[in-house]
Ligand binder design. Structure first.
Ligand code: SAM
Ligand code: SF4
Length: 322
């Protein structure tokens, strides 16, 4: 079992397989970065898998593949299959912008993927295009339908932004409710890479919009996840809200992150990371396990937003995988 320096059990690994993306979301990667990580610095699936096996053997039972846009990484279904075949009981999930799902959902499901989270910030083509800076909505909606059809568990994520998509909170909620999909609203998290002009809605503002139509009841946290569940009293539908401006979920944080170039990150808002790249490239399993132990011991008690007065992290979401 993996236990960190504050006694928290860590059983959840998020693996970013690429920092690259085919969208340019205003809140994440509004412009193409000055330079991408050189291709040769990326760990191969085999190298990432060497570390993943260590993590699974030590007690990780939940893995989420993310990015950048993970579906851009070639042969992703092969990587999914490697993890699934090693331990089929692993709760294996993926976060995606959905654009390539129409072609890829079936292969991923066949390889052993169980669940996907799709970012869906708007149901209006022009607004979705304004956020992603590309005409994306048709393919994303098609991707969601295809995923449901092949039997993937689907959730959608929405980041409400003032004056851009905040008038659609109820519409996206209804879209999800009618399909039996869970929606999670995510507070916009300030970061140095986002478009400076955008402002996200705080959790209480998001709830206020929903209360204009429904009565809502706060349930509990969704396991160790940062998401709080709320139930709509009138119809029993449960949605989630992730409001990281409160860092009350840090006390039960169960996750660590691995980037495509092998940085092991103990906390999204903690910029120190250690690299396992050399260890896995040399096949030095003991060294990789030692680094994992050290990163866990150094996992901070809570995220550093309070220290930076909400300026947020310098580390890009598209590198850490959100
Ligand atoms: N490309 C995939 C996607 O968009 O779902 C996966 C990577 S993305 C970095 C993972 C999640 O982070 C998405 O749900 C996205 O909405 C969220 N995200 C990115 N930047 C964010 C920000 N500044 N604040 C809140 N959520 C953000
Ligand atoms: Fe790409 Fe996802 Fe970031 Fe949007 S949120 S730019 S889709 S990585």
């Amino acid at each position: 079992m993996l236990i960190d320096g504050y006694g928290r059990t860590v059983n959840y690994l998020r693996v970013s397989v690429t920092e690259r993306c085919n969208f340019r979301c205003q809140y994440c990667m509004p412009e193409k970065p000055f330079s991408w990580v050189p291709q040769e610095n990326l760990l191969s699936f085999e190298e990432l898998f060497k570390f993943i096996k260590i993590a699974i053997d030590e007690g990780v039972d939940k893995i989420r593949i993310t990015g950048g846009e993970p579906l851009l990484r070639q042969d992703l279904d092969r990587f999914v299959g490697m993890i699934h075949d090693y331990k089929p009981e692993i709760d294996l999930a993926l976060t995606t912008n959905g654009y390539l799902l129409p072609e890829m959902a079936q292969g991923l499901r066949d390889a052993g993927l169980r669940r996907i989270n799709v970012s869906l910030d708007s149901l209006k083509p022009a607004v979705a295009a304004q956020i992603a800076q590309k005409n994306v909505l048709g393919k994303v909606l098609e991707g969601i339908e295809k995923s449901l059809e092949v039997g993937l568990g689907v959730k959608v994520n929405m980041v409400p932004l003032e004056g851009i998509n905040d008038s659609e909170i109820l519409d996206v909620l209804e879209y999800a409710r009618q399909r039996g999909i869970k929606i999670r609203f995510i507070e916009y998290m300030e970061n140095a890479h986002a478009n400076e002009e955008i402002r996200g809605l705080y959790g209480k503002e998001i709830l206020q919009r929903i209360k204009e139509r429904y009565r809502i009841r706060r349930l509990g946290r969704e396991g160790a996840s940062p998401s709080y569940n709320y139930e709509i009293v009138e119809n029993g539908y449960v949605f989630g809200l992730i409001d990281p401006h409160k860092h009350d979920f840090c006390e039960s944080c169960n996750r660590i992150r691995l980037t495509a170039e092998g940085h092991l990150i103990p906390c999204l808002y903690f910029d120190e990371a250690q690299s396992i790249a050399q260890a896995v490239r040399e096949g030095d399993v003991e060294e990789a396990a030692r680094i994992l132990g050290e990163v866990l011991r150094e996992k901070p008690k809570e995220n550093r937003w309070s220290e930076t007065a909400n300026e947020g992290s310098d580390r890009a979401f598209y590198e850490t995988g959100g």
